[in-house]
Design a protein around this ligand. Structure first.
Ligand code: ADP
Length: 532
């Protein structure tokens, strides 16, 4: 049974309990570890953030009492892991070109002192001879390549030092390689296997679905304070988020600006970006982990290696550059499985800078690829259909219909749900469409509902529906109209030679209004809720 995939020999679980404190493997963890230890196979693993990647490369040599090499691009992350491992009585070290007392560490290394050796990709390439000696003296069980998507130009975080790692398979053909990443599309997967020269790799991929994350998009206004307040609660004179919160910003300048705004609202926060001294960054990280700080306002520099299970909100003030980055960033919310909230505030100019970077790429294929990635992110922000499905369809080749639906996974689905309960506004917008003769886009019928004095709708000033939708603002009617189009109650047409699109009522809407206004229906009795 896939879900209960556990070792039969109890000695494996004993080591798991003794060193890692877990009583069971997660199903994929054991599958991967088993294939490393007992089949000596290469693995290419795509694991959703929070599933438990680390164990898959930390476990094998703890079990065999030999050694594993871990290659990662992030020194601070490696240092954190080394600390953590030492605290669990697992000997581990870090080797990099800037590392001091390398001679001492190497001496211990060759005598078999370390279970795990963390290295940067640059160092790995330069230390082949050392590793050969290590393999001869102690035995290397595994070479793990973390953040393996960095080998691929098609991914979101290409690093040229990763390209050279292909040499490892050549030099150590018998040692299994484990390539790991949290995000990868098909193209990136193929690239990982090819560039690392994996032999008949065992491929694994966890589901990307994170049903406890609520997804939501908001337009930025010019007023950061009121934007942010929207998702805070008021406590006396102060504001507060519901639990630990990360706010991501595209620039260092914005992080500082938002820290200032939060201060004004009485919310404790610290900035985190690459220009701050290491000391400050560590302090922000530590205080956040210990719940002494409610909010970290960060650039993307903050993230990899954060293991705080109860982050309740991940807020983007400005869009990410692509879906992969966005998915990885929101993946830091709700690792404990409890409901958590992800909102992206974005403005129409957010993509200008990204587009500028893309325009500077010389290679045409690559430039177009990057542009495609940007566009997908833009689509995510502007769709009115389910955002969760949209994200999943980006990573998984599955038929969308196989992805189970929830009614409350994102703002779009919630809108649709509310809209069903809001029979009155929906039927009003449909009516207005009909009254204005199904000849316009959404604007004219909306102005009629709002009772606008605009000359454009003069002809409808006397209509009985004129002004009947005053109880809602223009934004509401616009959003509802779009949702009705998505659900097939209104149909959008583009006519040859016409200006813009025309929206008309469908048969589905006629039937529905007939039902909604009939005596059988309770729909119209439900007052419109707090939608927007
Ligand atoms: P990833 O790197 O995939 O995001 P981590 O390796 O940091 O994830 O693990 C995520 C969380 O899951 C950690 O808090 C870790 O302690 C926990 N975890 C990992 N494996 C197990 C297991 N077998 N049983 C219970 N908890 C686990």
């Amino acid at each position: 049974d896939e879900m209960n995939y556990q070792p039969t020999d109890p000695c494996y679980l004993d080591v798991l309990k003794q060193y890692f404190g877990f009583s069971k493997f997660r199903p994929l963890q054991w599958k991967i570890i088993n294939s490393i230890l007992n089949e000596k196979r290469d693995n290419c693993v795509i694991m959703a953030t929070g599933y438990g990647k680390s164990l898959t490369f930390q476990y094998p040599s703890v079990f065999t009492k030999r050694t594993s090499l871990i290659i990662s691009p992030l020194i601070s992350l490696m240092e954190d892991q080394v600390h953590g491992l030492k605290a669990s009585n697992i000997e581990a070290c870090f080797l990099g070109s800037a590392q001091e007392n390398t001679t001492q560490i190497k001496k211990e290394l060759f005598s078999g002192h370390y279970r795990l050796v963390y290295v940067t990709p640059e160092y790995a390439i330069s230390a082949i001879e050392d590793f050969k000696r290590l393999d001869a003296n102690v035995g290397i069980d595994l070479i793990a390549v973390d953040e393996a998507h960095c080998v691929s130009q098609w991914g979101h975080d290409f690093r040229s030092s990763y390209r050279k790692l292909g040499i490892l398979k050549e030099e150590f053909p018998k040692i299994p390689i484990l390539a790991l990443t949290a995000t990868a599309t098909m193209e990136v997967r193929t690239d990982i296997c090819r560039n690392l020269a994996l032999k008949n790799p065992h491929l694994e991929c966890t589901s990307f679905d994170r049903p406890n994350l609520f997804l939501c998009v908001e337009p930025k206004t010019k007023d950061i304070s009121s934007d942010l307040k929207k998702y805070m609660k008021r406590v006396g004179y102060r504001y507060s988020y519901d639990g630990p919160t990360i706010i991501y910003c595209p620039t260092k300048k914005t992080t500082e600006e938002i820290v200032g705004v939060l201060k004004g609202l009485g919310v404790s926060s610290l900035p985190y970006h690459a220009s701050l001294p290491m000391r400050d960054r560590r302090m922000a990280h530590k205080q956040f982990l210990n719940d002494e700080l409610q909010v970290v306002v960060a650039t993307v520099a903050f993230g990899m290696g954060i293991d705080k299970p109860d982050v309740r909100n991940v807020i983007h003030y400005g869009s990410s550059k692509d879906i992969e980055s966005y998915y990885q960033e929101i993946g830091r919310a709700g690792r404990d499985g409890l409901p958590s909230f992800c909102v992206a505030f974005f403005g129409p100019t957010d993509f200008n800078i990204f587009k500028h970077f893309v325009s500077e790429i010389q290679n045409k294929t690559f430039r177009e690829h990057k542009l495609k990635m940007l566009r997908r992110m833009e689509s995510y922000l502007s769709i009115t259909t389910c955002r969760r499905r949209f994200l999943l369809s980006y990573f998984e080749t599955k038929d969308l219909n196989e992805i189970g639906g929830t009614t409350n996974c994102c703002d779009c689905c919630r809108l649709r749900l509310t809209q069903l309960k809001n029979g009155l506004p929906a039927s009003q917008i449909n009516n207005s469409q009909a009254v204005t003769g199904n000849r316009y886009g959404l604007t004219i019928p909306t102005l009629v509902l709002l009772g606008s004095g605009s000359k454009k709708i003069e002809a409808f000033f006397k209509s009985e529906i004129f002004g009947c939708g005053k109880y809602r603002n223009q934004k509401f009617w616009g959003a509802l109209g779009k949702a009705l189009i998505c659900d097939g109650y209104l149909k959008e047409k583009v006519v040859h030679g016409g200006f813009g699109s025309i929206v008309e009522m469908t048969f589905k809407a006629r039937d529905w209004i007939k039902f909604a206004t009939s005596e059988k229906s309770q729909l119209l009795l439900i007052p419109s809720g707090d939608l927007l």
